[in-house]
Ligand binder design. Structure first.
Ligand code: XIL
Length: 300
């Protein structure tokens, strides 16, 4: 195969990228994105502040731009994200308690209703666990509505669009030995045991010197999969762009049947949220394939 998407499809997987609506007029960008990837995540356009800028008033203009570009180019779409402490609109940041809980439910229903039947998988809840050694929940306005907010979000999501896979997505849950990984693992195990609807875990996989790739990544993927959920690598970027590390990530996913796909968090280094100096993606700023690209293509 000569593209990332086609190479991943050889084993029934997908290879995706984050797409920014503001770049869809850049033909160098869209040429690469259309050619190489077969799954799309809106980098910001389906987040809470974008889709419900005023309480009860939904706006899908930018989200639909990304969605339509993807579908017109034959790609599937991951939805990102419905319940998160970041990129909340001002009105939501001000809410608490049962009012916020109901606003979260209304938001999930509004956004999933709009895209009903059209999304491969939704990141229903994003980044709900704390960094560091606690293994517990992150403090946030959503968490302060009650510890059951995550399962309420998932139950709401299942009813809103039964066709979408429902994922829990987070960063720094790649290293199996980390408390945060264990915290999320225990939550997923509990959800499966109690019948709370969850279909997948998204490993964001933003690797850098503080949270480097570790060879126990494969154990992490295998362990989540053994709970009966799919695992998706949802926001992969590697600071410094090591070709070897990129190949390791691909090999670890391919070693686990329930690791169903990989998405990188941007197309070219100049598109990366980390800035081009991080050299974290598979294409350089001129759209040239980097060594990391070749390593990924060969590993797939
Ligand atoms: C980032 C986007 O890439 C940036 O454009 C934006 O300014 C901030 O959010 N984890 C996530 C993503 O789940 O939504 C974040 O995306 C990167 C970290």
């Amino acid at each position: 195969a000569s593209t990332l998407g086609a190479a991943a499809a050889q084993s029934g997987r997908y290879f995706g990228t984050a797409i920014a609506s503001g770049k869809l007029g850049d033909s160098a960008y869209t040429t690469i994105a259309a050619r190489e990837f077969d799954m799309v995540t809106a980098e910001n356009e389906m987040k809470i502040d974008a889709t419900e800028p005023n309480r009860g008033q939904f706006n899908f203009t930018a989200g639909d731009r990304v969605y339509n570009w993807a579908v017109q180019n034959g790609k599937r779409v991951r939805g990102h994200t419905l319940a998160w402490h970041n990129q909340q609109p001002g009105w939501m940041q001000q809410l608490s308690g049962s009012t916020l809980r109901q606003a979260m439910i209304n938001h999930i229903n509004g956004v999933m209703g709009h895209y009903k039947g059209k999304i491969y998988a939704w990141d229903v809840v994003n980044e709900a666990y704390a960094d560091g050694n606690s293994g517990g929940r992150r403090d946030s306005n959503l968490q302060r509505t009650g510890n059951d907010w995550i399962e309420v979000a998932f139950r709401t999501a299942r009813a809103a669009d039964p066709a979408a896979k429902l994922c829990y997505n987070d960063y720094n849950i790649d290293n199996w030995t980390w408390a945060k990984t264990q915290g999320v693992y225990n939550m997923v195990r509990d959800f499966k045991a109690r019948g709370v609807p969850i279909d997948c875990v998204g490993l964001q996989s933003h690797f850098n010197s503080n949270s480097p790739y570790n060879s126990n990544y494969r154990t992490t993927i295998q362990s989540f999969a053994a709970l009966g959920v799919d695992v998706q690598i949802t926001e992969l970027d590697i600071q410094g762009g090591s070709a070897t590390t990129y190949a390791n990530v691909v090999n670890d996913c391919l070693a686990v049947p329930r690791c169903t796909g990989i998405s990188v968090w941007g197309v070219r280094d100049t598109d990366s949220w980390l800035g081009s100096g991080a050299s974290a993606l598979l294409f350089d700023g001129n759209g040239n394939k980097k060594a990391a690209y070749t390593a990924v293509l060969n590993a797939l």
